[in-house]
Design a protein around this ligand. Structure first.
Ligand code: IMP
Ligand code: MG
Length: 177
């Protein structure tokens, strides 16, 4: 890791308030018997908070996980996506909610969406905690976005820098020195 420090971008209160709102929005707009597919590793904290917020808003999802890799250990995209671990549930005829930490180039989510669509779900929606502008390489939009953030490398709430900082209960920007 290069010399750096972390500056708070979104406090844990801001993040948790917004996640509760998102759960309400999703519950109003989508069916209740959702199949949540969390894209690991980055989305595990957001997904855990979101499904507990679903408990309060009345959505009763099933949950599965898919591990994809689109980044190396640094802060720039490799440009290709590989499946490390696939889901084990059958999504045919299901209403799928793909959950990821952040939408940047869109490669990860467009890869995941295509993969799921080939398996004939009834619908596929996308929820992301964060969206970063200006780097879109694939034509994809999220149906539910927590926060649009400035073009900074961010960590916390599951997001990492070299697999560190996932435990931060807030979103921080990495400032290189
Ligand atoms: P995309 O495929 O370029 O949209 O990026 C998707 C993945 O890259 C995300 O799921 C994150 O794991 C990672 N990523 C993108 N931007 C950041 C960032 O600012 N901090 C940490 N990880 C990021
Ligand atoms: Mg990720």
């Amino acid at each position: 890791m290069k010399p750096h420090h972390i500056e708070t971008l979104l406090s844990s209160e801001q993040v948790s308030t917004r996640i509760s709102m998102m759960a309400n929005e999703i519950t109003k707009q989508l069916p209740q018997d959702l199949m949540v597919i969390a894209l690991l590793r980055g989305s595990f904290v957001f997904t855990a908070d979101l499904i507990r917020a679903f408990y309060a808003s009345g959505t009763k999802p099933q949950v599965d996980f898919m591990t994809l890799d689109s980044y190396g250990s640094d802060t720039t995209s490799k440009g290709s996506v590989t499946i490390i671990r696939d889901i084990t549930e059958n999504v045919e005829g299901r209403d799928v909610l793909l959950v990821d930490d952040i939408l940047e180039s869109g490669r990860t989510l467009s890869f995941a969406k295509k993969l799921i669509e080939e398996r004939h779900p009834r619908s596929v929606n996308i929820a992301v905690m964060l969206e970063k502008p200006g780097h879109r390489k694939a034509e994809i939009d999220a149906d539910f976005v927590g926060f649009k953030i400035p073009d900074k490398f961010v960590v916390g709430m599951g997001l990492d820098y070299a697999n560190y900082y996932r435990e931060l209960p807030y979103i921080g920007a990495v400032e290189f020195e």
